[in-house]
Design a protein around this ligand. Structure first.
Ligand SMILES: [Zn+2]
Ligand SMILES: [Zn+2]
Ligand SMILES: [Zn+2]
Length: 765
């Protein structure tokens, strides 16, 4: 056919985002056929491009259905539709991928099992009945099995499993759900389970999943080879089993994530709404932190007194089968000794998890990219990330425009790094705390992977200002032409600017534990003014002496004593401390007061996180802490839903900086604590007071800067009790809050801010 027939029209559509490896092309193919349209679809680097033509009515039907039926695992960041010239095409074709300029964007994140695959798994008549590695173009492993690019089977750990004829036919049929599903497999040709005992000796069984489930129900700890690495499972309703796991894993009190057989069983343990259920069932299947129920079936040792629980649903067929067989919630925690990276190899797990697991449920599909489970909270109707990992990585954050290649190296704790390529910012999976050598090795390995596969030619890299961070030393080896150092809290603010694309005037609030300040003090309760791409410090919580680095973090009473001394003076502080911290030896109190007096091992700080620590200690909720963030988590957990009254605070201006003076606040907290006001009331008053202080300072700065937006970042804003107060207060004041939706507010998000800053510096010359 040549020329144009009357009534034939055409459109071209370009779709960007996570659109490859998620069944997008077969979806377009099927839809075009349904609508009786001709044309073609193809993958190009970072996008899917398609052309359809036919009569106008069919085209508009196609457009409507296209938007409403996009594959569930796809995440569209941009969709451009334009008029095109009909080409006289007949039929619809899926064109071969264009391999030029392949980027990491062509690797999708891992996707939770889809309903169709789960149906096949449960169907005795299906050839994949009970097969724990079932997957299709809509679901299955992706990033975690990729060894090199381009993303096709030969370059994944599925290369070891040649497809059988039946699988090959599915793989090659454009109309099949498994068309180009790279990890496609079946019981005849795919990966298999095996089992080992505590000593590593093979365990003979025809039913490894059933054997594992029975062991779990009998109180054993089972190591399970999952998607991004090993997990340690235990019966979450069995207190003794969970305590054993804590002892062996050397994890005293940090809560465990729990996987549930189904949504009904989740509802029995935590209070969730429809929006939470949508998050749990999403393709990322994250761990969701949700408020626990008073009469939950979970053992007390799962959450160790915290009123929230981390819950998630099975996201692989193997998890689905294990949970079905166990029929009850299972602790499902990273397969490691606390502070080490998650184990991925069979031999590695057999040696590193020896003495922890009673049984090993193994398989022979290698995990290539180490990745923990992601963790989120819900704020409003949307996801608020806490830990960005499996399911989210390597989906990029889309920046407002294109930039030269740069990298952000991240912070020291909860580290991630970030590469900018074009308008895409690729954050690594959660790496962890870079204090131990094995985690540093993991960092270097993951960094080299991203660097190589993005084919990055780094014009710049950006590290934190802290001279002693691992990433600061690593910067020299980052392979970049130029190096920038960016103050920690500014990086938090830039991170929100990067993901929102906001470039006007705003006030920035960065509240967290600690970050190295431009004046050498430890910052952590910071206010900024944002003007376009310029971020300047405009205010902070007033400084106080922070005693002895790490000891103060492990023992919140130490920070509390310093605040007592600042507020009441040394003599009264000693008296109050003895009364409020009866478990602390008086000699330790005296010793620390002397150190504060002589300014030995003391550094000035404006940290909001340490203020939370101190108030948690004053309330008797957490005098000593067993993991980072425990004191503030307990304080938030204790907060009553309502309590009359707040504490006073003072805003003052000095040297062009607004300061929030907390002295009267601390006085009020201490007076309440000594009067034995219940911790719930005290905590609520503290949260409300801090929210008021943030609102007062933000409003004042916004007014003088002519800003209508307020950026909120930093680990303290993981506290949704505080965050929701601040959000509603800002809206009442007709100020628009800008918060994280794509990366964590904690230090897991600063690499994005660093990269964005470096990108703008390079682009700006
Ligand atoms: Zn599927
Ligand atoms: Zn097969
Ligand atoms: Zn921080």
């Amino acid at each position: 056919m040549t020329g144009r027939s009357v009534g034939v029209a055409a459109i071209g559509i370009t779709v960007r985002g996570v659109v490859q490896g998620v069944g997008f092309r077969p979806f377009v193919h099927r839809l075009a056929k349904r609508c009786g349209l001709a044309g073609w679809v193809e993958n190009t680097p970072g996008s899917v491009v398609l052309h359809v033509e036919g009569d106008a009515a069919a085209l508009s039907r196609f457009r409507v259905l296209f938007r409403s039926e996009i594959p569930p695992a796809a995440r569209v960041t941009r969709l451009m539709v334009r008029k095109a010239r009909p080409t006289g095409a007949s039929g619809f074709t899926i064109r071969a991928s264009r391999r030029d300029g392949i980027a990491l964007s062509t690797i999708p994140p891992d996707i939770a099992s889809c309903p169709q695959c789960l149906r096949e798994l449960a169907d005795p008549a299906d050839r994949r009945h009970g097969y724990p590695f079932t997957n299709c173009t809509n679901c299955g492993p992706r990033f975690t099995i990729v060894a090199s690019l381009p993303y096709d089977r030969e370059r994944t750990s599925m290369a070891a499993f040649p497809m059988c004829a039946a699988c090959r036919t599915e793989y090659e049929d454009p109309l099949d759900r498994r068309f180009h599903a790279e990890p496609n497999a079946c019981p005849a040709c795919g990966p298999r389970l095996s089992m080992r005992g505590a000593d590593g000796a093979p365990v003979e069984t025809d039913d490894p999943v059933g054997t594992a489930a029975r062991a779990l129900l009998a109180g054993s700890i089972v190591a399970v080879r999952g998607l991004g690495g090993f997990q340690l499972a235990a019966d979450a309703t069995n207190d003794a089993a969970v305590r054993t796991l804590r002892e062996r894993k050397r994890r005293e009190e940090k809560p465990f994530a729990v996987m549930f057989p189904n949504i009904v069983s989740v509802r029995a343990a935590v209070r969730i709404k429809a929006a939470d259920e949508a998050i749990l069932r999403s393709p990322q299947a994250p761990v969701l932190l949700a408020p626990g129920r008073a009469r939950s079936p979970l053992a007390p040792s799962v959450s160790m007194g915290l009123p929230t629980a981390g819950v998630f649903l099975p996201y692989t067929p193997l998890h689905r089968m294990l949970l079905d067989r166990a029929g009850r919630p299972l602790v499902m925690t990273s397969g490691n000794v606390t502070d080490e990276p998650i184990a991925i190899g069979n031999d590695e797990a057999l040696s590193r998890l020896r003495g922890i697991a009673d049984l090993f449920l193994l398989h022979d599909r290698e995990v290539v990219q180490r990745s923990d489970d992601p963790v989120v909270r819900r704020v409003g109707r949307g996801v608020y990330p806490i830990r960005r990992a499996r399911g989210f990585v390597p989906a990029p954050v889309t920046l407002p425009r294109s930039f030269p290649d740069v990298a952000g190296l991240g912070g020291e704790l909860k580290n991630t790094f970030c590469f900018v390529k074009g308008d895409a910012a690729y954050l690594s999976q959660h790496i962890g705390d870079l204090e131990q050598a094995p985690v540093r090795d993991f960092y270097e390995e993951a960094y080299r992977f991203f660097h190589r596969f993005l084919d990055a030619r780094l014009r710049a890299a950006c590290n934190d200002l802290h001279p002693a961070y691992f990433t600061t030393a690593f910067a020299e080896r980052a392979g970049a032409d130029r190096l920038f150092a960016l103050q920690h809290h500014k990086a938090h603010i830039y991170s929100v600017l990067a993901e929102t694309g906001f470039a006007g005037k705003a006030v920035g609030v960065a509240f967290d534990g600690t970050g190295y300040g431009e004046d050498g003090a430890i910052w952590g309760g910071e206010f900024f003014t944002v003007d376009g791409m310029e971020v300047r410090r405009a205010g902070h919580l007033s400084y106080f002496p922070l005693p002895g680095g790490d000891a103060a973090i492990r023992e919140p009473w130490r920070t509390a004593l310093s605040l007592l001394r600042e507020t009441l003076g040394p003599a009264k502080a000693e008296e109050a401390a003895r009364e409020l911290f009866p478990g602390v030896p008086p000699a330790s109190i005296r010793l620390l007061l002397e150190a504060l007096e002589k300014k030995i091992n003391v550094v000035a700080t404006s940290s909001a996180g340490r203020l939370f620590d101190a108030v948690s200690a004053f309330c008797g909720l957490c005098v000593r802490s067993s993991f980072e963030g425990q004191a503030p988590m307990r304080l938030e957990g204790a907060a009553a839903s309502k309590a009359a009254g707040t504490y006073p605070f003072t805003l003052a201006s000095a040297g062009g900086q607004l300061t929030v003076d907390w002295k009267e606040l601390v006085e009020g907290v201490v007076a309440d604590a000594r009067r034995r006001v219940p911790a719930g009331v005290l905590s609520r008053r503290f949260h409300d007071t801090l929210a008021s202080a943030i609102l007062a300072a933000s409003s004042r700065l916004a007014e003088s800067a002519g800003a209508r937006h307020v950026v909120l970042s930093g680990g303290v804003f993981q506290n949704v009790t505080l965050l929701s107060r601040v959000l509603s207060g800002l809206r009442k004041r007709k100020l628009t809050p800008l918060i994280h939706r794509l990366v964590p507010a904690n230090d897991g998000g600063i690499s994005l801010g660093q990269a964005y800053y470096a990108a703008m510096r390079v682009a700006g010359g």
